[in-house]
Design a protein around this ligand. Structure first.
Ligand SMILES: NC(=O)C1=CN([C@@H]2O[C@H](COP(=O)(O)OP(=O)(O)OC[C@H]3O[C@@H](n4cnc5c(N)ncnc54)[C@H](OP(=O)(O)O)[C@@H]3O)[C@@H](O)[C@H]2O)C=CC1
Ligand SMILES: CC(=O)N[C@@H](CCC(=O)OP(=O)(O)O)C(=O)O
Length: 343
């Protein structure tokens, strides 16, 4: 059994990790932390876990976590993991970080977007970016995996086939993306109050969102040339889901549908829909799937890719479990075969 710990067990990605790991046949949840709920039973806070998990929340203490766990997931705000990860690695405990602490390879870029110096810059070169569809083999060997953000997952999976084969102009990419409110986490915030977020729709972060450098870093690696990306995130009045509409300018004739189908033929969690499809967020809700459709309206030069994920599953906790499976020699799909919930 893989002994897993979770730091930040009271947030949305933390409780989603609990839901997935409690059903994983080869995982024992050994520890779960919360500073505010230490001592409380997990099932008291989350009754959906009654009968599945008998643990209580404890304080986050790296030495004890390292003693008790083979792998520790960080489901914490940015800036928490980077203080604790060195101690865990020193005790041979592997780490899967859902926050952005190890996603950017350049500490100067990290500091610019996250507003403080990086506390463990020496580990940035070692951290493996946890998008299995590009890094499956390196993830399997990693001690430290940085899970991508929710928007970066949907956007990169949509653009990768076009950029890897130099089919489009990498300098003219547009990602128009929408997220459900759970993307903002469980902490109290004005913008995600019912009366603010429901019956409403708005863009935010237009002049610069912290996912922009992360997406550009990944797309640049895929295309091997400089990337120009306009990224506009939106908040939609739904709880879960990301819908990204991606635009690119074709520079070479090809069978786009075949390119996408071949690229993801061996990816268990990317589903390329038939030509003419319009994927819906509810087709992935609660599941680890990314569903894609590729369009070329009026046979013109503009390629439009539609990409949907559940921000809490393929966009966060499901992808984290997928990474754990690869790191511990499990089937990539183990514990992750949930079918989306409709309605
Ligand atoms: N929500 C989403 O869709 C996605 C989120 N992410 C990322 O995953 C991470 C977690 O997100 P989410 O679950 O939404 O966040 P939440 O705000 O819902 O939860 C944060 C958790 O971290 C704990 N925590 C906060 N501060 C500290 C600290 N200093 N030390 C230890 N624990 C702490 C909190 O518990 P307590 O205060 O009790 O200790 C809580 O359990 C974030 O980095 C987020 O950006 C990534 C992809 C998608
Ligand atoms: C709707 C909403 O507020 N979404 C969050 C993104 C959540 C996420 O993916 O967090 P990471 O930064 O860890 O990737 C935001 O835009 O800040």
């Amino acid at each position: 059994m893989i002994r897993a710990g979770i730091v930040g067990g009271t947030g949305y990605t933390g409780v989603e990790l609990l839901r997935l790991l409690a059903n994983h046949p080869n995982v024992e949840i050994a520890a779960i932390t919360s500073r505010t709920e230490a001592g409380a039973a997990v099932s008291e806070l989350f009754p959906n876990l009654r009968g599945h998990l008998e643990l209580c929340f404890t304080e986050p203490e790296p030495t004890r976590l390292a003693d008790e766990c083979d792998v520790v997931f960080f489901a914490t705000p940015h800036g928490v993991a980077m203080d604790m990860v060195p101690a865990l690695l020193a005790q041979n405990t592997r780490v899967i970080d859902l926050s952005a602490d190890f996603r950017l390879s350049d500490p100067v870029v990290w500091e610019r977007w996250y507003g403080r110096p990086h506390a463990a810059p020496d580990l940035l070169a070692e951290a493996v970016y946890g998008l299995p569809e590009i890094n499956r083999e390196t993830i399997a060997q990693a001690r430290l995996v940085a899970c991508p953000g929710c928007y970066p997952t949907a956007v990169q999976l949509g653009f990768l086939p076009l950029l890897e084969q130099q089919l489009v102009d990498p300098g003219q990419l547009i990602a128009d993306a929408k997220s459900g409110a759970s993307g903002a986490g469980r902490k109290a915030a004005l913008g995600t109050l019912l009366c603010e977020a429901s019956e409403n729709f708005k863009a935010y972060g237009v002049s610069g969102h912290r996912h922009l450098p992360e997406i550009i870093q990944g797309l640049h690696q895929a295309s091997q040339s400089p990337v120009g990306l306009t990224f506009v995130p939106h908040l939609t009045p739904m709880i879960r889901g990301i819908h990204a509409t991606l635009y690119a300018q074709l520079q070479r004739e090809t069978d786009l549908q075949a390119v996408y189908e071949q690229r993801y033929a061996t990816a268990p969690f990317v589903d390329v829909l038939p030509p003419g499809s319009h994927p819906e967020t509810r087709s992935v809700r609660g599941s680890n799937m990314c569903r894609l459709a590729v369009h070329r309206p009026s046979a013109g030069n503009t390629v439009i890719v539609l990409s949907v994920t559940d921000n809490l599953v393929k966009g966060a906790s499901g992808q984290a479990v997928q990474n754990m499976n690869l790191m511990f020699g499990q089937e990539e799909t183990c514990g992750l075969t949930h079918i989306a919930v409709i309605p």
